[in-house]
Design a protein around this ligand. Structure first.
Ligand code: 5GP
Ligand code: ZN
Length: 107
């Protein structure tokens, strides 16, 4: 998707404060954090939202969710963290490229 900001981040065309990358997934700090630690995990594949996911995306969703505790621990969120997926306009989604919010405090 040439006009998708998260596709551009995934491709390295727009800079981000990256904390993780592999062949399928990128994680980076949110540009407008709502907590002392706030990062996003996205698939490199353009999927507009959770509402657009089907059985073919289950493995990818599992990979993303499986990374949450590892990355949260690396960010020092030892007491726990919050996760969220805003879906659709009614769900408060602003960027229509699937992403998982992880936010909270260090310690
Ligand atoms: P949502 O679509 O779930 O409402 O949230 C999109 C999130 O992406 C927001 O928290 C916003 O601050 C973040 N965001 C939007 N554009 C950029 C960007 O260019 N870089 C980064 N790092 N975060 C962004
Ligand atoms: Zn995209």
């Amino acid at each position: 998707m040439s006009d998708c900001i998260f596709c551009k981040i995934a491709a390295g065309d727009i800079p981000c404060n990256k904390i993780y990358e592999d062949a399928d997934v990128v994680a980076f700090h949110d540009i407008r954090p709502i907590a002392p630690v706030h990062f996003l995990i996205i698939p490199k594949l353009h999927v507009a939202s959770l509402a657009d996911c089907g059985p073919e995306h289950e493995a990818l969703l599992g990979r993303i969710m499986g990374l949450v505790p590892k990355l949260a621990a690396e960010q020092g969120m030892s007491a726990g963290f919050k996760t969220g997926i805003n879906t659709g306009r009614g769900g408060g989604q602003e960027v229509f490229h699937l992403h998982v919010h992880v936010f909270g405090h260090k310690g």
